[in-house]
Design a protein around this ligand. Structure first.
Ligand code: SF4
Ligand SMILES: [Zn+2]
Ligand SMILES: [Zn+2]
Length: 310
């Protein structure tokens, strides 16, 4: 099987695009898709400072690598959740990537360790707060990502969500008709009026498979295992269902999410609204001073509950 773009042997077949590509052309294809995402969604410019949320997985590390290769000013934040071996290994992957790829290119890795700063790992904190682990984890990660962006003056926060993640999330939101969440499911959310930096997802045009191939071809060493807390999650079920549909009918995931984005953009143009979500006026949290729409932010409420438990 030959590469569609050059005489080399193809390394991957992409049925949804009806092409096969060699290693170099796949790398070029991925870079071009990210560049297109950044441009079409007006995510950021080379002058902006970007903070990437890295987990040690293929998508976030590949995103950091791609942004640096494309010449953007991208630093990263890793939150050490303290989930046994999973956190030990994922932190090693992030630190290795930082030392071998990011630091030599002038980028900075920030690390926030829950056990040191919050006094326990996320599982233990969630138990003390009487919250499901993933709900507590989501709040913690969002809080520290926002806080770091504000404290260090980053213009944009970027996450490594890919097409499979976004299509699965869309399916979940549609199945429950969660219109508030649907409203927010765009690859670029504007900055809030008084607080948070813009949030972007530059990998939304690329599938899980394409990202895995990119990471392997470009020798990015990442943690392959999922977080053990993800076991039994609805998102994994939605991904499985979408993968079955994709096998039967290549291009389904892409059509599902991209057509949603087209309709969403058109609806906003027709109604003359700009994304109003997330743009509500925020005030400083009475406890930690981070911007919030309430008197005390969710993170501080949760931490108060955890401390009361001790
Ligand atoms: S699966 Fe849950 S606990 Fe694990 S990283 Fe994701 S949100 Fe956090
Ligand atoms: Zn080629
Ligand atoms: Zn607070």
């Amino acid at each position: 099987m030959r590469c569609k773009k050059c005489p080399h042997r193809a390394a991957i077949k992409l049925p949804q695009h009806n092409i096969s590509l060699c290693k170099d052309c796949l790398t070029e294809f991925v870079h071009a898709q990210v560049a297109r995402a950044i441009k079409s969604q007006k995510m950021f410019t080379p002058d902006n400072r970007i903070l990437v949320a890295v987990s040690g997985g293929k998508d976030s590390l590949a995103l950091w690598a791609i942004l640096l290769k494309l010449g953007y000013r991208a630093d990263a934040l890793y939150v050490d959740l303290g989930i046994g071996n999973y956190s030990i290994q994922s932190r090693q992957k992030v630190e290795h990537f930082n030392e071998t790829v990011a630091q030599p290119l002038g980028a900075t890795l920030h690390i926030h360790t829950l056990a040191e700063n919050e006094g326990a790992g996320v599982k233990e904190l969630a138990t003390m707060m009487h919250r499901p682990t993933c709900a507590a984890c989501g709040t913690m990660k969002r809080y520290h990502f926002n806080r770091m962006a504000l404290q260090k003056d980053y213009d944009v926060m970027a996450t490594g969500h890919n097409l499979d993640d976004e299509a699965a999330r869309l399916l979940g939101n549609v199945l429950r008709w969660q219109t508030d969440f649907l409203e927010k499911q765009t690859p670029a959310l504007p900055a809030s009026l008084d607080g948070f930096a813009k949030k972007v997802k530059p990998l939304y045009r690329l599938s899980e498979r394409e990202m895995a191939a990119y990471a392997v071809i470009n020798k990015i060493s990442y943690i392959v295992d999922e977080c053990p807390m993800a076991k039994g999650s609805k998102m994994l079920v939605y991904k499985e269902v979408l993968n079955r549909l994709e096998t039967e009918s290549p291009g389904t995931k892409q059509a599902f999410y991209w057509n949603f984005l087209d309709k969403h953009a058109k609806a906003q143009t027709d109604s003359g609204t700009i994304a109003s979500h997330d743009r509500q006026r925020l005030t400083p949290c009475q406890t930690c001073s981070q911007p919030t729409s309430m008197a005390i932010c969710t993170y501080c409420k949760m931490m108060a509950k955890a401390r009361a438990h001790v």
